[in-house]
Design a protein around this ligand. Sequence first.
Ligand SMILES: *Cc1c(COP(=O)(O)O)cnc(C)c1O
Length: 388
Amino acid sequence: MSDWLIPLSDLDYGPEELAAVQRVVESKWLSMGPEVAKFEAEFAEFLQAPFAVATSSATAALHLSLVSAGIGPGDEVIQPALNFVAAANMTLAAGAVPVFADIVSLAEPTIDPESVARLIGPRTKAVIGMHYGGHPCRLDQLRELSAQHQLLLIEDACHAVGARYSHASNQDPHNEAVGQMTGTVGDISAFSFFSNKNLATGEGGMLVTGNAEFAELARRLRSHGMTSLTWDRHRGHASSYDVVNNGYNYRLDELHAALGRVQLAKLSANNERRCRLLARYHERFSTLTGWIVPFVESSLETSAHLMVAVAPTPEIRGQVVEGLRAARIQTSMHYPSIASFSAFQSCRADALRNSDDFASRAISLPIFPTMTSEQVDEVCEVLRACAS
Ligand SMILES: *Cc1c(COP(=O)(O)O)cnc(C)c1O
């Protein structure tokens, strides 16, 4: 609940979500049961991915990605400075060290493969790409670099559930090759189902991989490193267990999985609605001078998680944030550079000119599936009035 006239994001929740929760409550089975198993199977099917492992959050999935792939002490993981802090925190939690790369440009705020190449050293073991706002990062080039230097490629796909990456589309916008879903191009990837994401369950995440060994290890580490699960024992499939790894409790519960299944069924239609709203914003911004709208010319298929614009100056960004707040329109900023945080001062980084510039001028505007195009116009009118 909020008193924003137009919030930054809003849930598309209705009677289906209520019925799903009721079904689980009535079943009296709350964790590690059939809803989680079905959610994993349906999510894997949706992505055309071999393995999906549900987790309590994307942060947990990122941690499991690194640990399951054997990233640990002495290793460096190159990742964008312009990201939510979870990937960097989990790199440290795995015992490894994050190294921060710059973004391509203000118009393409995803990790710059040339910056990655400059940072690769003898300790580099993995690269994390993040699909900013739901727009695929340059996976082709990252994959090439990873193959060349034998690095693991991890996708932080938290913004990008339902986005698609077409391999040749960066070079050829008319390429009609069927693209792979984001989260299935790298070796291992993480999705988030936090309340404000495209597929929202409150808390929740998913690790996706094509590697059977990573999947098996992640599944075991998710639940204390134990060899058999409560559900299997309940069904009489196992009576005892061994602990073969030092694991965690990163399980998703049945209530969240049931919500996830309903939200997954709505996802494609909701992503289409987001794309139409994004197109409307782009149209309105085309008559504003001095603003940069990221990915406006991209031919890649986005999940339109965010609507972000880069103001001509930090001062104008500040003016617009204040003006929109006064009109009860909520905004946000994705993200401050991680390299600027106190806890990451000792980490190695490339020159982060674009990331710092972006962080000082970017503003995130409302976008959510139940938003109307009239609301987009309203946001843009207030913005236009206070931008000059
Ligand atoms: C939301 C988000 C996360 C963290 O997801 P949780 O499910 O809240 O742990 C990590 N990375 C990015 C890019 C995100 O947007």
